[in-house]
Design a protein around this ligand. Structure first.
Ligand SMILES: Nc1ncnc2c1ncn2[C@@H]1O[C@H](COP(=O)(O)OP(=O)(O)OP(=O)(O)O)[C@@H](O)[C@H]1O
Ligand SMILES: [Mg+2]
Length: 489
């Protein structure tokens, strides 16, 4: 992966440098050629002028002299008369050469004092730079011709030097480009590998070295994306687990309800049949059987009543009338209700009064049910001679109530599940005492409907204390709090 990106980058850099090199070559060659030709033209003009001074009458120059002149200036020499007739040429037979009057360099020499042109020679077929100046007498012109091949060779040399030095200058650029390409390709490869990890669902993957470069920003964005995905997935997993848990609770609930209904119904059915089959006439048993039937009917009534309450509160269909009440009066009213039963069970009820100004915002009916459920339990699970204390104290924006008994206590392992529907520590004993295991669940839901919380402390053999909180005013009651206990069971 890294290799591919690196190769692409480096090939791109090379292509760019090559383009730069070609451009430099093109312009530099043009400039060099222009300069060289200009200089050469000037040099040849100067040399021509010197010859013109030295030989004021070139018409009379001998071929031998002309050959020496050509050698001295390093080019071909032609002498042309004012009318265009070629008098002498060091490389060709002058007599055979056509009239040169129309040649640009000759025309310019006679008209402007100097003339030049690059073109192919009609005489010998080679390209030349022609430079011509008039002789001192003005009757003829001296022309020096320099072969273009030589000019091209010289320019070729200059070009070679320019190319060599430009390439040398590009070397560090190539080196830097290679290092950069390597750096970029490595980071890109790391980012691509990371994206691949995300695509495969590994949202825990994170890219290191987050700097302020574009790569750093990209890495940071990818890391944030991974973080978001991780959170979303975790949340979905959590919600899925919650839904599964709720589904399990729902199934358990249906099973529990069926079971709880079946027992008293079977009992009612059995004793009714026994009575119909003849026991009605048996004075020894009929009253006892009818008593059992009534007891089970009451149990069914209590069970359905509790289930209805629970479902009303849970589905928020229960209508509450929230109002301010003094904590002491709530406790006092509850004592009024359970006082006779406690006395019958030889249990002492103690009121631990809160300051009179401790008020709570609640539905008094609901609190009455909460307290009577807790007191009912305390009485049921406390032996004769025991003591039950109820009190309240302000705790910030809440008031905490407690119901403490000196009863049997609850094993620690049962405490976490105590508030679940139908959960009973000792099923047989609870049933014997007429319990259905819904009392605490109702307590929990009623407290949660007040934005409060429920908890229990217990020491086996010494007693238990149940706590619940209620808000001090409407503002706290109305606060949007997600009470986790509310949906748990
Ligand atoms: N004060 C307590 N002391 C000891 N155990 C308790 C006390 N309160 C509750 N428990 C245990 O918690 C279980 C659940 O209580 P809960 O009030 O929900 O049901 P219940 O009393 O059995 O029946 P119900 O209240 O529906 O008539 C009880 O069966 C009992 O085992
Ligand atoms: Mg109970």
């Amino acid at each position: 992966m890294t290799g591919k990106i690196f190769l692409k980058l480096i090939v791109g850099v090379f292509a760019l440098l090559l383009l730069a090199l070609v451009t430099v070559d093109y312009f530099a060659t043009n400039v060099a050629q222009e300069n060289y030709v200009q200089n050469l033209t000037q040099q040849l003009t100067d040399k021509g002028r010197m010859l013109a001074l030295m030989f004021p009458a070139p018409e009379s120059v001998t071929p031998e002299q002309a050959r020496k002149m050509a050698q001295a200036v390093g080019g071909r020499i032609t002498v042309v008369r004012a009318d265009g007739k070629v008098l002498l040429d060091t490389d060709a037979n002058a007599a055979e050469m056509e009239n040169h009057r129309s040649r640009k360099e000759i025309r310019e020499a006679f008209e402007q004092g100097k003339g030049s042109e690059i073109r192919q020679s009609a005489t010998i077929g080679v390209s030349f730079l022609y430079v011509a100046v008039p002789a001192a007498g003005g009757g003829s012109a001296i022309r020096i011709a320099f072969p273009l091949s030589e000019i091209n060779r010289q320019i070729g040399q200059i070009r070679g030097k320019i190319l060599a030095s430009t390439s040398a200058a590009f070397l560090p650029a190539i080196l830097i480009a290679a290092i950069l390409a390597r750096f970029i390709s490595r980071r890109l490869a790391a980012i691509m590998a990371h994206a691949g990890e995300l695509a495969r669902g590994n949202f825990r993957a994170r890219l290191p070295e987050v700097d302020s470069s574009e790569f750093g920003q990209l890495a940071q964005t990818l890391n944030e994306t991974a973080e978001n995905l991780q959170q979303t997935v975790a949340q979905l997993q959590h919600e899925h687990a919650e839904l599964e848990k709720l589904e399990r609770i729902r199934k358990d609930f249906v099973i529990n309800v069926s079971h709880e209904l079946r027992t008293p119904l079977a009992s009612i059915q059995g004793y009714t049949e026994t009575l119909i089959d003849g026991a009605l006439a048996d004075p020894d048993h009929n009253m006892r059987f009818l008593g059992i039937i009534r007891h089970n009917a009451e149990r069914l009534a209590r069970l359905t009543e509790d289930l209805l309450t629970l479902s009303r509160v849970e589905q928020k269909r229960q209508k509450f009338e929230f109002d301010l009440h003094s904590a002491n009066s709530l406790i006092h009213d509850a004592f009024e209700l359970v006082g006779p039963i406690a006395r019958k069970s030889l249990i002492e009820l103690v009121e631990e009064r809160a300051p009179d100004d401790v008020m709570v915002c609640c539905d008094s009916e609901a609190v009455s049910q909460i307290l009577s459920n807790l007191l009912d339990n305390a009485i049921k699970y406390t032996p004769a001679g025991g003591k039950i204390t109820v009190g309240a104290k302000a705790l910030g924006t809440m008031v905490e109530f407690f119901v403490r008994d000196t009863g049997a206590g609850i094993p620690e392992e049962d405490l976490p599940r105590l508030f679940e529907r139908f959960y009973r520590v000792d099923k047989a004993r609870s049933r014997e005492l007429g319990g259905t295991g819904l009392g605490l669940s109702i307590v929990k839901h009623l407290v949660a409907a007040h934005n409060g919380t429920t908890r229990v402390e217990s020491v086996l053999g010494q007693g238990s204390t149940f706590f619940f909180t209620l808000p001090v005013d409407e503002a706290v009651l109305g606060e949007e709090t997600l009470n986790p206990e509310f949906t748990a069971s």
